[in-house]
Design a protein around this ligand. Structure first.
Ligand code: FMN
Length: 401
């Protein structure tokens, strides 16, 4: 007789077979998550126009493939490797896709949370950007990252980045940066589109609150659990809305980590970031969770690339928001992005099947990306960049950039 576990595994194998793409994972996650948590993950601010436009932006862009190019050698894994260069250190990830910082992974997978995500990042040789509002201590995530590489994936080139919200209390922010640096995070990602929490009406309607036992572990870590301070951090994150360009100098003065700014949409801000000596930017509108009717990220990218094209100091430009298919990754790279970051797709994977689910989501995107490259006549990442593959139907300018 089969025991319950075997039955569950069989069921999972069966359903996993039907999970062919990111949207399949989304629909499955919707089935398994409690409504309040599903809404917290999936919805956006106000009328959710930006949330939807991030997705539609990619769909509006059309590809014009090149033909009669020998892509038979394309099965080599190395042809889709992506190289990021921050400060003097080069990182090679398996394809141009990184795990975006998202809060509270234990809401999707109570048992392992971020520890499951980090295993997926290691297995897929990619970067995981850990959120300030993670539900697992950053030291434990770093430890699991090292352990999993050593024990199971010695060839993995995975790395950890740390995402920072600057808190009202600058000393607490400084402590977070110091901890991240000490336990081996390789870059600091400063989120700048969050001077105040966006108007997320679903969360208000659901009276969203954290279930018992799940909290933003890094923020209360060093403080007495029952102190007023700890209680204040448990359900809200007191983000410093006075943060401005001049504060970047302070951050740069207290860390030697490369600094990446996440949340840039305006070309002037991209130029300013370069002036300030920033190493990378992420074109992002926080997945449509902050300012509604904000320009979609893929629509924002070309003007940003144009604005910084002639700057002497070259930086890596990343993009997130609405990436659900390999063709989306290809379009982003074709328009100048070094790599994309994915937020919700990883949460869907985690909710459906923990570390394995998150890994599956990455692998699906990788396969789709590889196929899209072949069908566009691209043998390497450089081919994607130089082949002028993207047509923008929604602009007067019908061609790339
Ligand atoms: C549930 C959820 C939580 C998020 N938490 C954070 C966070 O803690 N820090 C941050 O910089 N961005 C956060 N983001 C934004 C993501 O980093 C990313 O910009 C966005 O999810 C990309 O869009 P996508 O979900 O369509 O891939 C969050 C997004 C979601 C959906």
């Amino acid at each position: 007789m089969e025991n319950i576990e075997e039955k569950a595994n069989k069921y999972l194998t069966k359903t996993s077979r039907a999970l062919l793409n990111v949207e399949d994972y989304h629909q499955q996650a919707k089935q398994v998550l409690p409504q309040m948590i599903y809404d917290f993950y999936s919805t956006g601010s106000d009328d959710q126009l930006t949330l939807n436009d991030n997705l539609q932006g990619f769909r509006r862009l059309k590809l014009r493939p090149k033909i009669l190019i020998d892509v038979s050698s394309h099965s080599t894994e190395n042809s889709i490797n992506c190289q990021t260069q921050l400060l003097n250190s080069t990182t090679i990830i398996s394809f141009p896709c990184i795990i975006a910082p998202t809060a509270l992974h234990r809401l999707a997978n109570n048992e392992h949370g971020e520890l499951a995500t980090v295993r997926a990042a290691v297995a897929c040789s990619t970067i995981m950007c850990v959120s300030t509002t993670a539900s697992t201590r950053m030291e434990l995530i770093a430890e699991e990252h090292r352990r999993h590489i050593k024990t199971n994936y010695p060839q993995s080139t995975s790395q950890l980045w740390y995402q920072l919200y600057v808190l009202k209390n600058r000393q607490h922010s400084q402590k977070l940066i110091e901890r991240a640096e000490k336990c081996g995070y390789k870059a600091l990602v400063l989120t700048v589109d969050h001077c105040h929490l966006g108007n997320r009406e679903c969360d208000v309607r659901n009276n969203f609150s954290l279930p018992n036992g799940i909290q933003t572990e890094n923020l209360i870590d060093d403080h007495d659990y029952d102190s007023e301070f700890a209680k204040a951090y448990r359900n809200t994150v007191p983000i410093d809305s006075s943060l401005s360009w001049k504060d970047l100098k302070w951050i740069q003065s207290i860390t030697s980590l490369p600094l990446i700014i996440k949340g840039i949409i305006h070309p002037d801000d991209a130029r300013e970031a370069i002036k300030q000596g920033i190493q990378g930017i992420i074109v992002s509108n926080h997945g449509g969770r902050q300012l509604d009717t904000c320009l979609s990220t893929i629509d924002a990218l070309p003007d940003i690339m144009n604005a910084i094209r002639n700057e002497k100091h070259k930086i890596d430009v990343y993009i997130d928001g609405g990436i659900r298919r390999g063709t989306d990754i290809l379009k982003a790279v074709a328009l100048g992005a070094k790599a994309v970051l994915i937020g919700r797709p990883i949460l869907w994977g985690l909710a459906v099947n923990g570390a394995q689910g998150a890994q599956n989501v990455m692998e699906i995107l990788k396969k789709e990306f590889q196929l899209a490259m072949m069908l566009c006549g691209c043998r390497t990442i450089e081919d994607i960049i130089k082949n002028d593959l993207v047509v923008m139907n929604n602009r007067n300018n019908q061609s790339k950039l």
